[in-house]
Design a protein around this ligand. Structure first.
Ligand code: FAD
Length: 409
């Protein structure tokens, strides 16, 4: 019998497994596929030290109109999907107002500001140094008023949270990134964030580290979880595994899994797409503000990732966001050809209150939850892993209270 079973081998599950193993626990991870086969593979690979405030829903009329009329490329939506989650979207809107958002950011920023330190030890121990760039990334602007607002925002984040950045004009940005053609007016360079040349490979390297340290990763379906005496058991290809405690790290699949246990999890799943291109030549990722896309140099090519699409998990692909992002990228880069015939898509698991859910399930002893990391799960996996391990050791503080699953009932 193991001490803990982790369901889900994305960055969040692997981060939790390493943290618990570090406290001397015998841990088994169970996933239906290979580690990092889903969202933790397909993201933009930024360890976002600058993201001290979680992504809020715009609450001003101008931005709402841009979303409703599909003028912005940041958000795409489908009518049926919006109608099926009006309550969750209403809560997200309500909690995005400045007063609530500031309060949520107090908790969120404490997690984000630990993130690079929490990755550091695993990067070294898993010999993943070659995947990591510690030089930040650029938030680049094409319009003067947008850049002015962005610079003011960077100054505010420095004042309020100590986030460091520098401002580059067009010439300085092009000197830093010689592959760029004219098009951007300048950029905020977030200097403290780290970027990764393959988020999937990094998560896999952390999973290998977990195995080298004595952990097991087994193939099985989380839905086979059932009570086993005073604990829990899961069926895997290698037979039944049981443990007194199980942690649900199923990312966007967590709500469907927990419905069987009577929990209604109001998660908003924000789909994102990516596609790689043979050209690019960037040294660091660029977030293209005007096109709501990230252009990230990766092992597999220049990865273009999109903003959020509100749609069902099983809905077919709608390619207008990624194609607009591609057109925008072609204006400033020699992009070359697509590497894959078809874009990848996955879903950001976002809670309406913008905080992850970490702690013991309110009505089930031994079931622990760790999901809902939204736009920053690649950043936060190791950090919420430590938080979970602390909570399992019986510790409690203001951050743990704020992320507690008790808010689900
Ligand atoms: C386009 C895009 C760009 C992003 N960019 C960034 C970024 O730059 N920085 C950042 O920090 N975050 C980013 N994110 C968000 C980040 O990728 C996610 O928050 C994070 O990957 C979530 O990790 P996870 O481990 O919770 O989920 P996942 O990585 O999806 O892992 C869940 C695991 O559960 C397993 N699973 C599901 N159902 C079952 C079952 N029934 N039985 C067994 N196993 C099951 C899956 O196989 C999977 O391995 C981005 C997301 C997207 C979509």
């Amino acid at each position: 019998m193991a001490d803990v079973i982790i369901l889900g081998a994305g960055m969040v599950g692997v981060g939790a497994a390493l943290a618990l193993q570090g406290r001397g626990k015998d841990v088994v991870i169970v996933d239906r596929g290979k580690p990092a086969g889903e969202t933790s593979y397909g993201n933009a690979g930024i360890i976002q030290m600058e993201a001290v405030e979680p992504y809020a829903m715009p609450t001003d009329l101008g931005s709402i109109a841009e979303i409703a009329l599909k003028i912005t490329n940041d958000v795409e939506w489908r009518f049926g999907s919006v109608m099926s989650q009006t309550r969750a979207l209403w809560d997200y809107y309500r909690l995005s107002h400045p007063k609530s958002h500031r309060q949520i950011a107090r908790t969120w920023s404490q997690l984000i500001r630990r993130s690079t330190a929490d990755h550091e030890g695993y990067i070294a121990a898993s010999q993943s140094e070659a995947l990591i760039r510690r030089e930040g990334f650029y938030l680049a602007y094409r319009k003067q008023d947008s850049m002015k607002k962005g610079v003011a925002e960077a100054e505010r984040l420095h004042r309020d949270y100590g986030v460091k950045s520098t401002v580059l004009d067009a010439a300085a940005l092009m000197a830093a990134e010689p592959a760029l053609k004219p098009g951007f007016l300048g950029a905020v360079h977030w200097t403290e964030s780290w970027t990764c040349a393959s988020p999937g490979m990094l998560t896999e390297a952390y999973a290998r580290l977990f195995q080298e340290r004595g952990g097991s990763i087994l193939t099985g379906n989380a839905h086979t979880l059932c009570p086993d005496g005073s604990g829990w058991q899961v069926d895997t290809k290698d037979g039944l595994v049981s443990a007194p405690r199980v942690v649900i790290c199923l990312g966007p699949w967590s709500p469907e899994f927990l419905a069987r246990f009577g929990y209604r999890v109001p998660m908003i799943k924000k789909r994102g797409y990516h596609q790689h291109f043979t050209g690019g030549g960037l040294k660091l990722p660029i977030m293209d503000k005007a096109n709501g896309a990230v252009l990230a140099p990766m092992k597999d090519g220049l990865r273009i990732t999109t903003g959020a699409e509100l749609t069902g998990v099983d809905a077919g692909q709608k390619l207008n966001q990624i194609r607009r992002a591609e057109r925008g990228a072609r204006e400033v880069l020699d992009l070359g050809d697509p590497v894959e015939p078809k874009p990848w898509h996955g879903a950001r698991p976002c809670m309406p209150d913008m905080l992850p859910v970490v702690g013991e399930a309110p009505n089930h002893k031994g079931i622990w939850l760790n999901f809902g990391h939204g736009h920053q799960g690649f950043t936060l996996g190791p950090t919420t892993g430590n938080l979970l391990a602390d909570a399992m050791d019986g510790q409690s503080d203001q951050v743990m209270e704020a992320v507690s699953p008790r808010r689900l009932v």
